[in-house]
Design a protein around this ligand. Sequence first.
Ligand code: ADP
Ligand code: MG
Length: 298
Amino acid sequence: MLVVVALGGNAFSRPGEPVSQEGHMRNVATAAQVVARIVKEGHRAVVTHGNGPQVGYFAELQKGREAFGLDALNAVTQGLLGYLIAQAIDKLLGAGMTAALVTRVEVDCRDPSAATPTKPIGPLYPEEAARELEARFGWRFAADPRGGWRRVVPSPTPVKVVEVDAIRRLVDAGFVVVAAGGGGVPICGGAGVEGVVDKDLTSSLLAVELGADLFMVLTDVDGIYLNYRRPGQRRLGVVAADELERYMSEGHFPPGSMGPKVRAVVDFVKRTGKRAAVGALEEGYEVFKGLRGTQVVP
Ligand code: ADP
Ligand code: MG
């Protein structure tokens, strides 16, 4: 079985906590255990990851000077997280078993939503600090479901993973491949784009393109909830893609967090007729087995 495992950028580094290499290594180690266990059972795995906290961290270091665009910073985070993930998986499977690939993705640049800032990056700010950064650098901010404010940037829709053939060959050759980090570097008309693609949407696209048997999204919440943090909150166990799509149209899943995950798993299940799942990083193996998280079926 070929499994595409999408790891949440926020599960590596909680937006409320200071960014640190040790913190990343701890969370990456948890993810590596999940992947290694699956691979040791004879399955193949492609690992993708988010980069919201990390790309925001590097963008903030530039203090508005913008020496590098978001496309280049995205590649920075792919290298950084690709390195940490490859180290952690190799520790369990053997040196050289994991290959991390800088990945580009063609995006739909005529889509008007490509210019609308919806994708949260960087840390959580108190309202006052967010207002100051908005005034100084022209950054845009939106309220985060965790509380506080985060910078939001345009998030164009991914259309095709540029390196898909290279990824397929590496997988066929027996490597665990880390790819499409941070949703891939967005490319439009051959040039990099100032935005951050949602990693869930790119991961779903990649899973379809690779003919994956299972697409799983591991994050910092243990499944997809209806009425999240409202009266009548309920976690979905096993749900049909059509039913989940109906909940989506009823507005249960906000843009920039659970919205794209739901879109991504619904797309994968509808296009392939295979299973997808959303669950907590710590329960990753049980999510793979279909025992935990939200299991999305045809
Ligand atoms: P990741 O970095 O893993 O992509 P996100 O922040 O993008 O994480 O998405 C996970 C977050 O989505 C959770 O921490 C939770 O606060 C939020 N969320 C919003 N709506 C829901 C919902 N309906 N069910 C579950 N989580 C939700
Ligand atoms: Mg996300």
